[in-house]
Write a protein that binds this ligand. Structure first.
Ligand code: UDP
Length: 498
């Protein structure tokens, strides 16, 4: 009977790899604790996870079922997708997801037996950008939880939207009109540091989407957030407090960083089949001294413009350090035909001058493996939240070069509050000059300023690793969530038998 089956939760991810991976790590944590998971996302994301799930070969995996939704709106090759496209993709997933929920409820209700190894789902846990998930949960009488894959500062901003709108701060003014914004428990922020989606110049559709998501978050009863309490205690305290500083009263559970379960000893981190390109990259890293390599990557979505690629290349060359650079196709290339050779992207003679001093990866790089390698001494990052969590987890200090979304907020957190990174200043072109790159890299790698930053990140690494171990804050919050799901499912089956 379904009453003896594991409680079952439907997970719904945004089809962007940072989001997909984080929610998948959480899926594995939950399944390991006995919760059955149907993990739903756009088809192309699911095929990536399928490979990983099969390779993982652990008993908990039997409790994870992957479902790929048809792609009614194409994201292209997954990067440089505009927010407008993302918004359409999210809208396009709704009907198929509703069908799926309906079907799952019927199957478990006994109308079809063959696949009925999962109980009827009792809850939906959805990425915060799937703004319609709460309505679907309500329509099917399921509990609803939100997964917020970012830090506490963007959550504070999202939950403060009514305030920001009433004060006239949102839609955001352009950076040319600097405004200081004060929000509960966050240090004062300049408007330029707020999430870029709150600028109307990025397009009305995007702003409306993000506003809808913000107002949905306010209605959510429980938000699981991918951060560690110890990392952002003040902001988390304020989010959880009932003193009315926020207009919201939801439960905020810190469950991060969600990383592979056996992390950092996961053998899959070091396997070629899990990390294509790993062998070559590993051989190169092994040939370098401890802490001598700068890792450079701007994440899975952002692409640099040609001018910035040139400036970055020359800055890295001038710095005299060895570097591993994940260089994607440039933004300006016509989106259909973006297959330029590396030699066409880089300054003339670059590769022959630098030879073995650089390793340039033009595809998907095994980032967790790279950050875990002792040769890596610093990470020049676009400040994507996953990249930051991964870097801290391996004690790698940061050079911050935020680009879009909530990355400027993340930059403030790591530079001003946690003091685990140094920010690159941008010139009139909107990106750092080669001189700035050279001096900042030197400052971090061997300067006085770098010493403090390295000490801080090493300490923070221990703190956040502790939070995901038994007895730690994130570990206990995942336990509490699992407990709630078990109770929920017990109530559900009782209701059904009446
Ligand atoms: N990533 C990777 N290889 C790459 C690029 C990205 O493994 O070549 C992973 C990275 O480890 C991280 C995620 O993709 O987990 C990127 O998420 P993040 O939040 O840092 O940035 P986004 O891609 O969302 O801008």
């Amino acid at each position: 009977s379904p009453h003896n089956l594991s409680p079952h939760v439907l997970l719904l991810a945004l089809p962007a790899l940072g989001h997909v991976n984080a929610l998948f790590h959480l899926a594995k944590l939950l399944s390991f604790k006995g919760v059955a998971i149907t993990y739903v996302c756009a088809h192309h994301c699911i095929s990536i996870l399928e490979r990983e799930l099969h390779a993982a070969n652990s008993s908990a995996n039997a409790l994870i079922r992957l479902v790929g939704l048809p792609e009614r709106v194409s994201l292209g090759d997954g990067h440089i997708a505009s927010s407008k496209v993302f918004f359409e993709v999210v809208c396009g997933m709704k009907d198929d997801f509703m069908q799926l929920v309906k079907q799952q409820l019927q199957i478990a209700g006994g109308e079809r037996e063959t696949q009925a190894s999962f109980a009827a789902p009792s809850a939906i846990l959805s990425d915060n950008f799937i703004f319609w998930a709460r309505d679907v949960a309500i329509a099917f009488n399921l509990a609803h939880y939100v997964f917020f894959p970012f830090s506490a500062s963007p959550l504070t901003v999202m939950l403060s939207l009514p305030l920001l709108i009433s004060q006239g701060h949102v839609p955001l003014k352009s950076a040319a009109e600097p405004q200081l914004i004060t929000l509960p428990s966050l240090p004062p922020l300049w408007n330029k540091d707020l999430p870029t989606c709150l600028h109307e110049v990025d397009g009305k559709a995007e702003l409306e989407w993000k506003l809808t998501c913000g107002f949905n978050l306010i209605k959510a009863s429980t938000i699981l957030i991918n951060t560690s309490y110890e990392m952002e205690a003040n902001a988390i305290e304020a989010l959880q407090s009932k003193d009315g500083s926020h207009q919201t009263k939801q439960k905020v559970l810190t469950v991060g960083p969600v990383l592979p379960r056996d992390f950092p000893n996961d053998h899959r981190l070091h396997s070629e089949s899990e990390n294509p390109g790993h062998t070559e990259c590993s051989r190169w890293l092994n040939s370098k001294n401890v802490g001598s390599v700068l890792y450079v990557s701007f994440g899975s979505i952002y692409s640099l413009g040609m001018e910035e690629i040139t400036e970055l290349a020359l800055g890295l060359e001038a710095s005299s350090y060895a570097f591993l650079w994940v260089l994607r196709q440039p933004r300006s290339a016509s989106s259909k035909n973006n297959n330029s050779l590396l030699s066409d992207l880089l300054p003339e003679g670059f590769q022959s001058r630098l030879k073995d001093r650089c390793f340039i990866s033009s595809g998907w790089a095994p980032q967790l493996f790279i950050l875990s390698h002792p040769s890596v001494g610093a990470f020049l990052t676009h400040c994507g939240w996953n990249s930051i969590l991964e870097s801290i987890s391996f004690g790698v200090p940061l050079i911050a070069c935020p680009k879009f979304a909530e990355q400027h907020l993340n930059c403030r957190l790591i530079v001003d509050q946690l003091k685990i990174g140094i920010e690159l200043s941008k010139d009139h072109r909107g990106f750092p000059s080669r001189e700035e790159l050279e001096t900042t890299t030197r400052l971090l790698m061997e300067g006085e300023g770098g010493r403090g930053v390295k000490k801080n990140v090493a300490a923070l690494k221990d703190i956040i690793r502790k939070s995901v171990k038994k007895g730690g804050s994130s570990y206990e919050n995942v336990e509490a969530f699992v407990h709630e799901i078990f109770q929920l499912s017990a109530t559900h089956s009782k209701d059904e038998s009446h």
